[in-house]
Design a protein around this ligand. Sequence first.
Ligand code: R5P
Length: 293
Amino acid sequence: MIVVALPGEEARAARLAAHLDAPLGAVRVHTFPDGESLVRLDADVTGRTVVFVRGLDRPDAKMLPLLFALRTARELGAASVGLVAPYLCYMRQDRRFHPGEAVAARLFADLLSPAVDWLVAVDPHLHRLPSLDAVYSAPSVVVHAASAIADWVRAHVPDPLLVGPDEESAQWAAEVAAGAGAPHVVLTKTRRGDREVEIHAPDLSAFRGKTPVLVDDIVSTGRTLAATAERLRAAGLPPAVVVAVHALFAEGAAEALAAAGVGRVVSCDTVAHPTNAIALDAPLAAAVRRFAR
Ligand code: R5P
């Protein structure tokens, strides 16, 4: 086996390689003055199981060099080509919400699947889709962050109340609450635009005094969790702790959370961000071992 880092993934790939006791290689990408890319594998892949590491946040520019690298490994005789994508993009656009829209979850999967023999991702946004198999033809293993998040909550938040901002987050909120031995509630969200979100909450008076821990898979604009924190403050609860699996943090997200009076923001390390506090290297390595030795 060899673990191969795409540009920017060197640190994560090195940690994964250490867990897997495997050597480390790299993909070098040279961008020509005209904007085209030269991709070169700096790794001996012939006859080996090749584990590429490429988080797919801000994916559009990353995708073409990734496809070139995956296909080149095959051409150079890799025994098997796998991808560890701690954040797997485009999973929210899983249906045609409005006429004429591209169903990007399926289209992206159609691009990636033929280039890999297997795939590992952390909590892809599976809400309407039952599993990655619904869109990916390549076999996959999904790593769940809930137990690592529950450990963090147990260690850092006394008397927590786990809060899912919307129906889609119910799966994470319930699992983290069970792991942390705490109660949980799930609120309701109406999204009116990219940065316009309304949150509706049931009567929360029974939970006054508990520290709300907001759990969601993705922080993008931060508006979902900011509106949730504001709603909880209005209900008389203390400042919220925010825990995200994937810290995408679009421009203005940190400011929106701060303005909503959020106390602390932490995230899993699937997307490199200053809020990263929950490491998932060990479960990622365990998932890779299911495909390769
Ligand atoms: C939505 O379906 C996801 O689970 C997140 O709630 C959403 O992506 C968060 O987006 P934002 O931070 O832009 O409100």
